[in-house]
Design a protein around this ligand. Structure first.
Ligand code: SAM
Length: 219
């Protein structure tokens, strides 16, 4: 199971989560899950000492692990219930997928870069977490296991992919940053019925681009 014997990291993690809690707009349940996960394990050795800064950090292949605040913010919007089936687009380091799993979700995560999937799979194995992974273009979703009670896209989209809307369960929530390559607004889309979707737009963020058939054509 998940454990970290490094007391210095444990203390820094506690301080980071406390500072996120003080912001007052994040879910305690989500922050409790983040308190258990050693973020340093998702980083290369040269960045581990920065694991508990509230900032995005580089991972392999010119990609990033998202800022802890952003992870907490997006996860809270999904409002996960035990047993929910959640699709994540953009596995990256695998950190967000672990947060979702600790909240009781059954997680399906897709990443377009094979090396990242391999690394994330090793961390999931080390932690003893069962997370379904796939290398591919997440803009078209993962139809085999649809519908999902939640879909979270952790890369910047030019528009909301139709395939992801189609794969959302009625009552389900899609959280996705939409905008230009330099700045995006967070969209929360709820499926009210077969044909009816409700959209709310929240704060601004900056993500790496979502590249694929229903995303950007290039980075
Ligand atoms: N959720 C990640 C984590 O916890 O570390 C952070 C994700 S990083 C900000 C965005 C990821 O989306 C990158 O790893 C990138 O390769 C991936 N990505 C971009 N376009 C994609 C696509 N069409 N399908 C799947 N993954 C994609």
């Amino acid at each position: 199971m998940i454990s970290s014997n490094n007391n210095a990291f444990n203390e820094r993690r506690r301080l980071l989560i406390e500072s996120l809690r003080r912001r007052g707009n994040l879910s305690d349940k989500v922050l409790d899950a983040m308190l258990i996960i050693p973020r340093e394990k998702f980083l290369d050795s040269s960045f581990r000492f920065r694991a508990y800064e509230d900032t995005a950090l580089p991972i392999e292949s010119n990609q990033t692990i998202s800022q802890p605040y952003t992870v907490a913010y997006m996860t809270a919007l999904l409002d996960i219930k035990e047993g929910d089936k959640i699709l994540e687009i953009g596995t990256g380091s695998g950190y967000q997928a672990c947060v979702l799993t600790l909240l009781g979700a059954r997680v399906y995560t897709i990443e377009r870069i094979p090396d990242l999937v391999e690394k994330a799979r090793n961390v999931f194995k080390e932690f003893g977490l069962k997370i379904n992974t796939r290398v591919g273009d997440g803009t078209i979703g993962w139809s085999e296991f649809a519908p999902y009670q939640g879909i979270i896209v952790t890369a910047a989209a030019p528009d909301v992919p139709d395939s992801l809307m189609e794969q959302l369960a009625i009552g389900g929530k899609l959280v996705i940053p939409v905008g230009t390559k330099s700045s995006q607004s967070m969209y929360l889309i709820e499926r009210m019925s077969e044909k009816d979707f409700q959209k709310s737009v929240t704060d601004s963020f900056k993500f790496v681009p979502l590249i694929g058939k229903e995303g950007w054509q290039t980075g």
